[in-house]
Design a protein around this ligand. Sequence first.
Ligand code: FAD
Length: 344
Amino acid sequence: MTEDFDLIIIGAGPAGLSAADAAAREGLNYLVIEKGTIANTIRAYPVGRTLFSTVNELEMREGTLKPVREKPTREELLSHYIHFVLDHDIRINTDEEVTDVTLKSGGFLVCTTRGEYQTARLLFAIGAMAHPRRLNIPGEDLPKVHHLFVEPYPYVRRDALVVGGGNSAAEAALFLSEEGARTTLAIWRDDWENRDPKAGAMKHWVRTPLEHEVTAGRLRVILYKEIVKITEREVTLLTDEDETLTIANDVVFVLIGSDADLGLLKKLGVKTESGKLTEVPVYDPDTFETNVSGLYVAGHFTHARHIKEAIAVPLRIVPLIAQSLRSRTRAAIHEPTLTSTKSN
Ligand SMILES: Cc1cc2nc3c(=O)[nH]c(=O)nc-3n(C[C@H](O)[C@H](O)[C@H](O)COP(=O)(O)OP(=O)(O)OC[C@H]3O[C@@H](n4cnc5c(N)ncnc54)[C@H](O)[C@@H]3O)c2cc1C
């Protein structure tokens, strides 16, 4: 039998967890469905990484995240979210992927890898990590090429190439270099010379140690135009000065961003638009409801991209969702009278 919910939340990242917390406080019959584990995206951060954000921007409840240093590590934050779920008995099905959603009268039918559920309201909190961007060049499918960086430890004294211009690429290059990989960072000149934090420049607390590695001769930075091909032992690239360079290589990390999977939303008829970095769903800025009635979005694949907003937005919108459900219930209570009047 299909279970019936007030609110189904897709994704157990900070946005999904915050929405679940708000739904529980509103007394809604809710369920979170997560294809991976609790806070899956944070689990995929590099081992030991320190967050950029401050405690108050990351914690689920004020004063509950207590890192050893000023900012938490990946492990401290992950543990914080896991214990939040345990302590508040948040209802989550992990290891279950939402594969299809269809419109039903008065709500949605949600199909997953494990079953089907009916829900009156649906919140997509799916993040923006579904599709890592690719270079689309020969050799990119070799097993030594990765689109995610988790740890430097297997690459000591190996020739490592990191491609990308953002903080993730810079951090990976730094961690690899610090742990004894012979590291090259291939970066576009515009990204390397960008010092404007508002325009996505590398954070200074990443750049400073990175430059230290360069000065110490442990890390090589190549300003490039194009990565041409990857082979078992080498990588060929075109430099910023149109020189073709072939370098020795054991491992490649392509860290050039990722995109959300908007497939289900589009199938349901949700409109999208071009955002600052990528395509985003169109939604009401006050309620985060899309053009499909009862379907909401929150978190990293909206304009509110960081963890701070991923937590704050659901706390604002879930009470509105609860209110809309209560008005619907009130209307339904009056409906039989109206129907019987009509039929008489
Ligand atoms: C390396 C790295 C470092 C970062 N550092 C910071 C930082 O210091 N500060 C900061 O504010 N932000 C940082 N970010 C961004 C931050 O991770 C995101 O803003 C945050 O995770 C957004 O939370 P979210 O809940 O919207 O999405 P996510 O945390 O991405 O959660 C979405 C969840 O949805 C699940 N999901 C997706 N599709 C389905 C489906 N079909 N069925 C079921 N489940 C599904 C995913 O598995 C995932 O667990 C960083 C990102 C990266 C990659």
